[in-house]
Design a protein around this ligand. Structure first.
Ligand SMILES: [Zn+2]
Length: 158
């Protein structure tokens, strides 16, 4: 519903979920911090100067946006968002967390697949200033964050 993906869209998140490592991002699978039957989460390739180690959650099945996403995913996504947000608090020692989800170009969406973005937040981090000009994070940096967060999520108890 209200779809914008071009015909034959080469969906980058489908590649991640399927475990396909592309030459431009050879370390992809090492960046995955959580996976179950329904959801996959990884350290995002772009970040903000003061909010590093940010995470993307997507469904293992391709849905373009919130309008298409079956409501049965709601609790699952909420529960994983909570886990990761608590992971940020515990592992990154951040002061807060922000969860964002974009739909359609005018809603800020740029990857044509439903996903949730989670950012660790810090006092005076200027998030609003940098939010629309993300920078690339190196594979080394992302793997470092992934290892720490994965350890926490693996040992997570309610
Ligand atoms: Zn896809």
């Amino acid at each position: 519903m209200y779809n914008h993906a071009p015909k034959n869209y080469d969906c980058p998140f489908c590649a991640i979920v399927a475990g396909i490592e592309k030459p431009e991002n050879p370390t992809l699978q090492a960046l995955i911090v959580y996976r179950d039957r329904y959801l996959t989460a990884w350290i995002a390739s772009t970040t903000l100067p003061h909010n590093r180690g940010n995470v993307v959650i997507t469904t293992n099945k391709h849905y373009e946006n919130l309008y298409d996403l079956p409501s049965s995913y709601g609790t699952k996504i909420q529960a994983l968002s909570r886990k990761i947000a608590l992971g940020f608090k515990h592992v990154y020692k951040c002061d807060g967390t922000t969860v964002i989800q974009h739909n359609e170009p005018d809603g800020g969406q740029s990857v044509w697949r439903y996903h949730v973005l989670l950012f660790p937040r810090y006092k005076d981090d200027n998030f609003d200033k940098y939010a629309f000009s993300p920078i690339n994070a190196s594979s080394e940096e992302r793997i470092r964050y992934a290892r720490k967060l994965k350890d926490y999520l693996n040992s997570f108890h309610e």
